[in-house]
Design a binder for this molecule. Structure first.
Ligand code: LLP
Length: 427
């Protein structure tokens, strides 16, 4: 089902016209489709049900950083999701949205003592450890609280995810994880620490992957380590393959979730049968973009058209502070006019009001537009709102979740007064 589609010449989110949303809630506004989020999550959940070894032997931990709106987290929690977090703030969001901390895994290279204490006090499922000093710090913090921390080691399998260098994380030169060669020694250290419980192994090799081959390659490397650890008497309960499956922004053709999970579970099942008499290992996933990315758009209004000798510009009311991906990665987002015009198209750069040449949202697009028209920047549901800022003292956009024929305001637009509410003047 297309979740963003034209009906009578007007672009809709499910059954709600986007011009009606702009009229009611203003612009720029992020608009999400509840049905799209549900379907994207279900692609994982259905494949897990179909292929995993035992009913409870998989857990989808939605990557909160991709879209952390409370309503999005609430929806995913109701669908049975766990959560992958990278900060204490994200844990508090999960809890505020009704999520279960016992289904939370904590990733990230720089966890502070305070964040560790917070996560331990809520009995999260697992810390994904990225270095030896982090392991020692966690052991100390847990000891002081009289607790045991369950850990997994984020191993860097050194496979090439063949994606943008900024979002590739599994190569040797990345700051993430522990080197594959050092993993066994790290596990031995972890197993000897009194307040650490070794629970699993994990990796995350990159984002916007279109092919699952690098992920299956990484899986094989993790499997090798699990076997080596078992031979030393260190038995792991879960294997976390991370997130990373990409989406269609333009004409990319990402692997279907069901196909990827089918291949992954087939490999795991064969391995468990061969080596462990079929005893299951729990499989964790950390998907973000493939759940939220194509479930959202950024709605924006054209303020001015400007025609210079070299270029035509459509100056819109959204900017790089709202959607950072083009400026940061030269990322491509589709641009659709909310109401179709029959006039001739011209080639435009779609730019925002921020005082930076890098403030562009789309380049060289053929559009039939006038000032005052609404545009939708497509595929903006992941790493859109979560990466937005207040640069130029611009309040962040409103967020709306559409459910069939209903539009719910899930985040109000920020007012300038909200932006300086925490500031103090000098005495
Ligand atoms: N797990 C870990 C440890 C991660 O670092 C990430 C993303 C994920 C899971 C989720 O990956 P996904 O399924 O969304 O690919 N801001 C960039 C993307 C950065 C991804 C960072 N890590 C962008 O806008 O493209």
């Amino acid at each position: 089902m297309p979740y963003f589609s034209y009906k009578n010449g007007i672009l809709h989110a499910e059954n709600v016209a986007l011009n009606a949303i702009a009229q009611q809630f203003g612009s720029p506004t992020y608009v999400y489709s509840k049905a799209a989020l549900t379907a994207n999550f279900s692609a994982y959940a259905d494949a897990c049900r179909q292929h995993s070894l035992a009913p409870d032997s998989s857990l989808i931990c939605y990557s909160v950083k991709s879209n952390s709106s409370l309503a999005v987290l609430q929806l995913l929690n109701r669908l049975g999701s766990g959560f992958d977090i990278v900060s204490g703030g994200e844990l508090l969001r999960v809890i505020a949205a009704g999520g279960d901390p016992r289904k939370v895994i904590f990733s990230g290279v720089g966890k502070s003592r305070e964040e560790m204490r917070l996560a331990l006090s809520h009995d999260i499922l697992c810390f994904n450890i990225e270095s030896i000093p982090e392991l020692h710090r966690l052991n100390e913090v847990a000891a002081a609280m009289g607790k045991h921390a369950a850990i997994s080691l984020r191993v860097n399998p050194n496979v090439d995810a063949k994606t943008h260098p900024y979002i590739s994380t599994g190569l040797k030169e990345n700051k993430f994880g522990v080197a594959y060669e050092d993993a066994l020694a790290c596990y031995r250290t972890a197993a000897a620490l009194p307040n650490i419980t070794v629970a699993g192994i994990d990796c995350h090799i990159g984002s916007q992957l279109l092919d699952d081959a690098p992920l299956l390659e990484a899986l094989d490397k993790l499997i090798e380590l699990v076997d080596q650890l078992a031979a030393e008497g260190i038995h792991l309960h879960h294997l976390d393959i991370g997130g990373g499956i990409g989406i269609t922004y333009d004409d990319e053709k990402p692997v279907a979730i069901g196909d990827y999970l089918g291949r992954l579970f087939a490999r795991i099942t064969a391995w468990r049968q061969e080596k462990y008499q079929g005893a299951p290992i729990k499989v964790l996933f950390e998907p973000g973009r493939s759940i939220a990315g194509n479930a959202g758009i950024l709605l924006t209004e054209i303020q001015y058209l400007k025609h210079s000798e070299a270029k035509n510009f459509a100056i819109v009311d959204a900017a790089m502070n709202d959607l950072m991906r083009p400026a940061m990665y030269e990322a491509w987002h589709g641009v659709q006019t909310v109401a179709r015009r029959s006039s001739a198209e011209q080639v435009y750069d779609v730019v925002g009001p921020v005082c930076e040449s890098g403030d562009w949202l789309a380049r060289s697009r053929s559009l039939a537009i006038e000032a005052g028209d609404l545009l939708a920047l497509m595929s903006a549901g992941a790493y859109g709102m979560t990466m937005s800022s207040n640069y130029n003292t611009r309040g962040r956009a409103a967020e709306v979740m559409v459910d069939g024929g209903q539009a719910h305001l899930i985040r109000q637009r920020e007012n300038p007064a909200d932006l300086f509410a925490l500031e103090n003047l000098l005495a």
